[in-house]
Design a protein around this ligand. Structure first.
Ligand SMILES: [Zn+2]
Length: 116
């Protein structure tokens, strides 16, 4: 396993930060950042990108090719039970003696009992 990757951001080498400045006097450059490999980034895109901005630049530049890896021509669906309206009442009482109430909608994923 590599100890680092070069950041895959398409504009990483154009950001004006001092940590990217390399080269000798008179021939300085802004260089793509190295991304050290560690436990924190091993299972995320941060393995290949130094920042969210670099990830976004890459994704925006390559979005059509990325989409073609897993095209979605149909929506996905998660089976749910019929949503239930649940009325809540707080301990707060208004000056007219009524309680503060609100309603939420409870949505639960359907449990499949047919699987063995
Ligand atoms: Zn970068």
């Amino acid at each position: 396993m590599s100890t680092h990757y070069w950041c895959h951001g398409t504009n990483c080498h154009k950001s004006h930060t001092t940590d990217r400045v390399r080269g000798s006097k008179g021939s300085k450059v802004l260089r793509t950042r190295k991304v050290k490999q560690n436990e924190w980034n091993q299972n995320s895109f941060f393995k290949y990108f130094c920042s969210n901005g670099c990830y976004n630049d890459f994704a925006n530049a390559n979005i059509e090719r990325i989409r073609l890896l897993a095209p979605r021509n149909e929506p996905l669906e998660t089976p749910i039970d019929d949503p239930k309206k649940v009325k809540h009442e707080s301990d707060y009482t208004y000056s007219d003696g009524t309680r503060h109430t609100w309603t939420t909608t409870e949505i639960k994923e359907r449990v499949d009992n047919t699987a063995e």
